[in-house]
Design a protein around this ligand. Structure first.
Ligand code: R1P
Length: 386
């Protein structure tokens, strides 16, 4: 059997507040609806035809005549960032809240860490990433000390100018900080290299996430145990600390991610391609740039239109997300939301499978395992829809 599965994560494309969103201050959030409202309606003909507008009412997106399997999926553990979202899709939940610094890192900790690393650190506040560059970039250039900042997520970030810190050296420094913090480390320490001059700093494509391994086995491990090849595109292999992946294809931009996915649609002989398309989060979502967000969605829509005719009866395509980043919130952080499910595959009768499936993120991993191997993994959560 040479079955294939493509799971494509449209980063941060939430479809409405999760049941416990109030605990995160995220009542009433709905990323895609509010992006659509801000842009006078979403123009996404391919996703519309698949059934995006059947999942939830969205400005500009009509219900489809014959939607594929579609619904909304809820998170399976605490948190609302990429790492817990991607873990959740593959059946792993964080056992509890992971270390975070929503009020910033205390100065004494920042200075102690900086001394232990031998570099010194500046900043330390909770900050938007681009604002952090403008606030501390000149001081960083003058001192060489990397900029430390936090968010509401279990994340610490180190930003450094490429003239001061080659990207590889910054990646090593993030690994060193993660190791230094040991059991108190966040889920991720993220390297944010940048270039340019004050007032015109810009990030490079050299982002790197140093992540804690998932706290338990995932559907990726279940696939590998059964000899199924697993490919990661974009940051997905990083957020699993590489665990469960045979091949990682870098994709710092959506253009790269879409091109890599198109190539895998063409060439992958068998197995899973697990894809993250980062720009609706990193480039547009956190910046509350709804026009950019919509343009990125339209590029994805066009790519999906290109893939669909190249998929056969042995192929499963899942379009989903990991969390939200609602542009209407006062903060610019992630939002605790349900994520969309659009699953295109041929059902037992030989016709395209149709119908509604509301469940949890882990249903994606359960479906991939069953699609590719015919088996289930009783120790992991999730109900297959395929
Ligand atoms: O503002 P930037 O640096 O993009 O940071 C964002 O990126 C982190 C990882 O997704 C989040 O925790 C959020 O704070």
């Amino acid at each position: 059997m040479s079955r294939r599965a493509f799971v494509v994560v449209l980063d941060a494309c939430g479809v409405g507040a999760a049941a416990d969103a109030a605990q995160y201050g995220d009542e009433g959030t709905h990323t895609l609806r509010h992006v659509g409202a801000a842009e006078g309606g979403l123009r996404l003909p391919t996703l519309e035809a698949l059934g995006l507008g059947d999942i939830t009412p969205l400005p500009g997106v009509a219900p489809a005549g014959a939607p594929v399997v579609h619904g909304a999926l809820a998170p399976i553990g605490p948190g609302k960032d990429s790492i817990v979202g991607h873990w959740g899709l593959m059946g792993v939940a964080a056992p509890g809240p992971l270390p975070s610094w929503p009020d910033g890192v205390p100065d004494e900790d920042r200075d102690r860490w900086g001394a232990a690393l031998g570099t010194g650190l500046i900043g330390g506040r909770r900050s938007d990433g681009l604002a952090a560059l403008e606030r501390w970039g000149a001081e960083h250039l003058a001192t060489g000390r990397p900029i430390l900042y936090s968010s509401t997520d279990s994340v610490l970030q180190l930003a450094a100018h490429v003239d001061r810190w080659p990207e590889a050296a910054l990646h090593d420094l993030c690994r060193a900080l993660h190791d230094l913090l040991g059991a108190g480390a966040p889920a991720r320490v993220i390297a944010r290299p940048f270039r340019g001059r004050p007032g015109a700093f810009e990030r490079t494509d050299g982002r790197h996430d140093v992540a804690m391994p998932p706290p338990g086995p995932s559907y990726l491990d279940a696939l590998r145990d059964r000899g199924v090849p697993v490919h990661g595109v974009g940051k997905v292999a990083d957020v699993f600390a590489g665990r469960g992946f045979d091949v990682a294809h870098p994709a710092p931009t959506n253009a790269r991610g879409l091109a890599e996915t198109g190539r895998l649609v063409e060439e992958l002989a068998a197995g899973l391609a697990f894809v993250n398309l980062v720009e609706t989060d990193q480039r547009y979502g956190h910046r509350q740039d709804t026009a950019g967000f919509h343009a990125a969605l339209r590029e994805i829509d066009a790519a999906v239109a290109d893939w669909l005719p190249r998929l056969g009866a042995e192929d499963l395509l899942v379009l989903t997300a990991d969390h939200g980043v609602d542009p209407r919130t006062e903060h610019r952080d992630h939002t605790r939301e349900l994520v969309p499910l659009l699953a295109r595959f041929v059902g037992p009768g030989g016709a395209p499978a149709r119908g509604r499936h509301d469940g949890v993120l882990a249903d994606v991993g359960a479906s991939v395992l069953r699609w590719l191997t015919g088996e289930t993994e009783p120790g992991l959560p999730g109900t297959p829809f395929a």
